[in-house]
Design a protein around this ligand. Structure first.
Ligand code: G6P
Length: 594
């Protein structure tokens, strides 16, 4: 999704902006650009990668500037639609993340007043509106412009010779990085980690004036203080550390992530969230609320809560939940979001808060919007996740859900201690899978020749089939569908055959026999079958074409091992097909529009 950056200080702004934009590439984009306060406002932008932009762009001299990576919403990716956008005179430049919902009306009015528009974007109305109100006070003019705007935005405004940047946010993330006689602005922490670890998180409705020596923030016209926070992520964590792709690095970080997340939670003397108390407080149902990969974690969470706590739990896709016409008042919602900025998830969370429901966020980003909406936040300790396809953040979310359920007061204590022992062994078992990737890399060569695939699972591994399919389609562009194994016969059977391999996630639990039957049905329809099984499963070998054998583990934790294997399969398949793994086409890491 769009990324914005700004710099004001004593150094040349352009190379700093380019390097900050490179760090935001992971959010997903299709064009990019910069504007520098030089001899007038100089803009260079195009529908190219940031590196190419940096190489092709003239060197503009100037110590104040803004930059942008655009993920097209209004108008296709093109040089003209790329940001920054200018007013009529080219004296005011704006970068924007979000959507201006009343842009058609504003644009029509501004055109009548004599403004000329050149792009198809909604953003272009902002510099024109600011121009309309500008009488020398950029902050006031921006405030006036924003008062007319409906929708979501994080913006930075740059004006000729002003030596200040105006920033504002509503429903889109924006942070200010505090340096030594220089300041930075960005959509996200990794953009500025090379320069500073001190940040201020802006909140919805905040308007800031940033100069090289200070930051002043106001809301509704009155000045306010926002505390500075120290970022705990290191620069190294946000770099590839010798791996060919961030995704591979992040897959390999999972043993460490599991250990760190568990170590963090074990230090707490109280359960991170006692789901057992829900019954006592009269709250009746638990919903897991999320989007994308996080939704799959929520689906696993549903099984965990039902299995360990015998409580009713559901998983809801956030973008659907937001449009339900009624919300059960006695609901506890666990909103799962790696970034804490996904617009769909935030909207659903707000709806629940308005209905007086309790909302708990599980997020990886300290200070994110989700953490501010929630009544309580549980942080995962995955470190920065850069690859668009989520891997280690998913595993960390599962850890939070396991821990939450296992330490709740109604978990059977004997089962609890056995599970805790197993949980502590998980990092070692994940490591074993990572240390022996050869089988998976061979299978990836085989998978890479197909254009369609089905993933099937049952019970707690049904969400893993969905997530395995999602990983494969996201990065290898193979059409992949996840199915509850029992559902395959209700339609997808029509598509089975030699060109449609089926990846079966097999668990040694009460679903095992049914899964064997499903595999036989699939084989009878000539689809090649790859089964993911645990060590010692000899029966399956005879039924399928290939197996991926994983260490034995309590079925409750099998999603963790299974997903690591499927992440690797997706990664190596995509690599075999020569795909741009970390930045898949059309996708964004953090989707901040609905
Ligand atoms: C995007 C990303 C996915 C992610 C989803 C939800 O679609 O590409 O990897 O799972 O957003 O993101 P969240 O930050 O809310 O977990």
């Amino acid at each position: 999704m769009c990324g914005i950056v700004g710099y004001i200080g004593s150094k040349q702004a352009q190379p700093i902006l380019i390097s900050c934009l490179e760090k935001l590439e992971y959010r997903g984009y299709d064009s990019c650009g910069v504007a520098i306060d030089s001899d007038g406002i100089e803009v260079y932008k195009d529908a190219v990668r940031v590196k190419a932009l940096g190489e092709a762009s003239p060197r503009f001299k100037g110590t104040t500037g803004i930059g942008h990576t655009r993920w097209a919403t209004h108008g296709p990716p093109s040089q003209i639609n790329a940001h920054p956008h200018l007013d009529c005179n080219g004296n005011i430049a704006v970068v924007h993340n979000g959507i201006i919902s009343n842009s058609p009306e504003l644009k029509a009015r501004l055109i009548k007043e004599g403004h000329t528009f050149i792009s198809e974007t909604d953003t272009e109305v902002i510099p024109h509106l600011i121009e309309r109100y500008y009488k020398g006070d950029l902050k006031k003019a921006t405030e006036a412009a924003l008062s007319e705007i409906d929708g979501s935005y994080a913006i930075i405004v740059l004006a000729k010779d002003k030596h200040e940047l105006i920033v504002a946010r509503k429903d889109s993330p924006l942070i200010i990085g505090i340096g030594d006689r220089e300041n930075f602005i960005a959509s996200d922490v990794p953009a500025i980690l090379d320069h500073t670890d001190r940040v201020i998180y802006l909140e919805d409705g905040d308007l800031g004036v940033v100069t090289s020596s200070g930051v002043s923030i106001s809301r509704n016209g009155s000045g306010i203080k926002r505390a500075e926070q120290k970022i705990l992520w290191s620069v190294e964590e946000a770099q590839k550390a010798g791996y060919e792709h961030f995704m591979l690095k992040e897959i390999h970080e999972q043993p460490k992530v599991i250990r760190n997340t568990l170590a963090e939670y074990s230090r707490e003397t109280e359960p991170v969230l006692d789901l057992g108390k829900i019954r006592d407080t009269g709250r009746e149902s638990i919903i897991m609320l999320a989007s994308g990969t996080s939704y799959h974690a929520g689906m696993v969470g549903k099984y965990i809560v039902r299995e360990l706590l015998k409580l009713p739990a559901r998983a809801e896709i956030a973008s659907e939940f937001s449009y339900y016409t009624s919300v059960l008042p006695r609901t506890v919602a666990i909103a799962i979001t790696q970034s804490g900025e996904t617009a769909d998830t935030l909207k659903a969370m707000k709806k629940l808060r308005e209905a007086d429901c309790r909302v708990i966020a599980i997020t990886n980003v300290v200070g994110s919007t989700a953490s501010r909406i929630a009544n309580k936040t549980i942080y995962t300790r995955a470190g920065p996740e850069i690859s668009v396809a989520s891997t280690k953040a998913f595993t960390a979310q599962l850890m939070a859900l396991y821990w939450m359920a296992m330490t709740s007061s109604i978990t059977d204590t004997r089962r609890q201690s056995a599970l805790l022992t197993e949980l502590r062994q998980l990092p070692g078992k994940v490591q074993q899978i990572l240390d022996d990737e050869t089988g998976i890399t061979e299978l990836a060569k085989y998978m890479s020749k197909y254009e369609h695939a089905f993933f099937i699972g049952r019970g707690i591994n049904y969400p893993i089939a969905l997530e395995g399919a999602l990983k494969l389609k996201e990065i290898s562009y193979i059409h992949a569908e996840g199915y509850a194994a029992g559902e395959l016969k209700h339609g997808p059977f029509a598509l089975l055959g030699e060109q449609s391999p089926v990846i079966a996630v097999v668990a040694r639990d009460n679903t095992y026999e049914a899964m064997l039957t499903n595999i036989k049905e699939v084989k009878a329809r000539k689809s090649p079958v790859i089964a993911i099984v645990e060590q010692g499963d000899e029966d399956i070998d005879k039924l399928v074409d290939s197996v991926i054998t994983l260490p034995k583990v309590d079925t409750l934790f099998s999603p963790v091992l299974n997903i690591v294997a499927l992440q690797l399969l997706a990664y190596y398949t995509a690599k075999e097909r020569g795909c741009p793994i970390d930045y898949p086409r059309n996708l964004a890491k953090s989707v901040t529009v609905e």
